[in-house]
Design a protein around this ligand. Structure first.
Ligand code: NAD
Length: 355
């Protein structure tokens, strides 16, 4: 493994811990980027990595992303992330999850975990048998916050798209506004449904073409092939599938004044934010617009810790404030001439005491 302190992705992380449990076969990395604003919060990824260096880079990069996301969402949480290094067969056992829970518990609350790629709600329930430092547990009772973060993420993106349309196109409504959506899963599908209610014109695309077609039928939308969606002439391109889609080729294909969607790490490299700005495309930084899910799981967690009932209305209120943050980023971007991704990073760094 490359020494992590020479890794380009190492950013003065407060703690990077390798967890090994021979009995269960667990190998994991827990990276705490910052606890300046509160306990480091961020999910656990279960993934088969080509090598340990790749796992380390993922943990370092994702945990820093969580610091930024939580700070910009105004949450009293720092940023962290765990990755469990799955074998090629991706076997996941109760013993492994128990050992992982023990490792989280041993950090004494400096790290709060949740679901991420490869880890579902039932896995988090298993981890919660060993530690209380867990969020994203099933919702208990009417009006309670928590559970699947996807619909809350979608809600934030919907508000963010409306803000972008107002800011860039000067329109107060998305009625008749053409939005091209890449990925119609939990997040993209939710965004599509919310926009359809407001009368937006939608073009949907998914590598699972039957999924996109079914939703298009339900909402009266068009579909586009997965390799065509980025070139669709539209008012908003909303990426809700993969990361790193905004590279030289992807940006050159875009025929839209706005990019606003929920996929994590949309910019392939840092300079691609500038490329979007140079093409006159307004970009909603991914970790600002897609914070709805983390807002929900964090409020659920804090309520449980404090022994108070969680409140879905408070979650909704906070998600409805995502546009204010985006508008602040875009205004500062216009004033400074720096691209929105650079402005957002600076704002987040200041919030976590690293300005
Ligand atoms: P999901 O698995 O429910 O949906 C993803 C969809 O994208 C699937 O339908 C898949 O078939 C499709 N897809 C994959 N590759 C594609 C491609 N090349 N072109 C078109 N479609 C493609 O996942 P999700 O929870 O909706 O998450 C979507 C994105 O949002 C991911 O990048 C995720 O990291 C990010 N995100 C999700 C949440 C959340 O709360 N779920 C929160 C923040 C960010």
């Amino acid at each position: 493994m490359t020494a992590f302190w020479t890794e380009a992705d190492f950013d003065d992380h407060e703690l990077v811990q390798l967890v090994r449990d021979r009995r269960s076969g667990l190998t994991a990395i827990i990276a705490l980027h910052s606890t300046h604003l509160g306990p480091a919060a961020g999910g656990t990824r279960f993934w088969h990595y080509a090598d340990a260096g790749e796992a380390m880079r993922d943990a370092l990069r994702l945990s820093r992303g969580m610091s930024y996301k939580n700070a910009m969402a105004g949450l009293p949480m720092g940023g962290g992330k765990a990755v469990i290094l799955a074998g090629e067969d991706k076997a996941k056992t109760p013993d492994m999850l128990a050992a992982f829970g023990d490792a989280v518990e041993a950090l004494g609350g400096r790290y709060v975990t949740a679901e991420d790629v490869g880890i579902g709600e039932s896995d988090m329930v298993a981890v919660s048998q060993r530690t209380d430092y867990v969020s994203g547990l099933p919702v208990s009772g009417e009006g309670a916050a928590g559970g699947d973060p996807g619909p809350f993420t979608a809600m934030g993106i919907y508000h963010g798209i409306k803000a972008a349309v107002r800011y860039k196109l000067g329109k107060d409504s998305v009625e008749g506004v053409h939005v091209a959506i890449q990925g119609t899963g939990s997040v993209g599908g939710g965004v599509a449904r919310l926009l359809a209610k407001d009368g937006a014109r939608l073009t949907l695309s998914d590598i699972n073409q039957a999924r996109a077609a079914e939703l298009a039928e339900e909402l009266g939308a068009q579909t586009a092939a997965p390799d065509a969606i980025m070139g669709v002439a539209c008012d908003v391109f909303s990426p809700n599938a993969l990361g790193a889609i905004l590279d030289e080729d992807g940006i050159a294909r875009l025929d839209t004044p706005i990019v606003a969607g929920g996929a994590n790490n949309q910019l392939a490299r840092a300079h691609h934010g500038r490329m979007l700005a140079e093409r006159g495309i307004l970009y909603a930084p991914d970790y600002v617009i897609n914070a709805g899910g983390i807002i929900s799981v964090t409020l659920e967690y804090l309520a449980r810790r404090n022994g108070t009932p969680s409140d879905i209305n408070e979650v909704r209120k906070r998600i409805a404030r995502i546009p204010e943050r985006l508008e602040e980023v875009w205004r500062k971007s216009d004033e400074s001439g720096q691209s929105p991704d650079v402005v957002a990073d600076r704002m987040a760094q200041e919030l976590i005491g690293r300005g």
